[in-house]
Write a protein that binds this ligand. Structure first.
Ligand code: S3P
Length: 169
């Protein structure tokens, strides 16, 4: 079975949906942020503060390169991974890419003021600008787009329906 990959902006619900999908489909779960934190032995905020964003982005690219050669997992991506077109060939090779989008209003409600995410420090307008810049880049790589502003159960159902349509088409 090919991998199922969840991408989207911070706060769109990738981690929660990935857990549910992995359970439902009996697949192994991988979260790229967690893998990086484990390998580095320090939180993402520290990686950014000590080595800078570019260092973190290189870790992401190396990880997705490695994961694209393996199969059978639900992979939840950090929000910046699919926003980097350099990673798109690896994502395409890795499996079916699902974009979760909850819209900018819900995004702001969910992540404004979050101290654990280094890229929320610039405030609301900066988050809006990043969201607007990234959305078309996510759309370039996505095979399926799911609305994640609805309830978790509805988001899961919509994802499963779209996945089954995709695999029968
Ligand atoms: C980032 C999103 C974060 C994490 C890092 C950078 C981004 O993951 O990878 O803070 O650039 O959008 P989540 O999308 O899980 O918050």
């Amino acid at each position: 079975m090919k991998n199922i990959i969840l991408c989207g902006f911070m706060g769109c619900g990738k981690t929660t949906l990935a857990k549910k999908l992995a359970e439902k489909l009996n697949m192994e779960l991988i979260d790229t942020d967690q893998e990086i934190v484990k390998a580095e032995g320090r939180p993402i905020s520290e990686i950014f503060a000590q080595n800078g964003e570019e260092y973190f982005r290189n870790l992401e690219t190396n990880l997705i390169k490695k994961l694209s050669a393996e199969q059978g997992r639900v992979i939840s991506l950090g929000g910046g991974l699919a926003a980097n077109p350099k990673n798109h060939p690896y994502l395409k090779e890795a499996g079916t890419v699902i974009l979760l989008d909850c819209g900018i209003k819900t995004t702001l409600k969910r992540i404004s003021g979050d101290k654990t995410r280094p890229l929320t420090a610039g405030g609301q307008q900066d988050i809006i600008n990043r969201y607007n810049a990234r959305k078309p880049v996510y759309e370039l790589v996505a095979d399926i787009v799911v609305n994640s502003a609805q309830s978790k159960a509805k988001t899961l159902n919509e994802t499963l329906e779209k996945l089954s349509k995709k695999s029968s088409s």
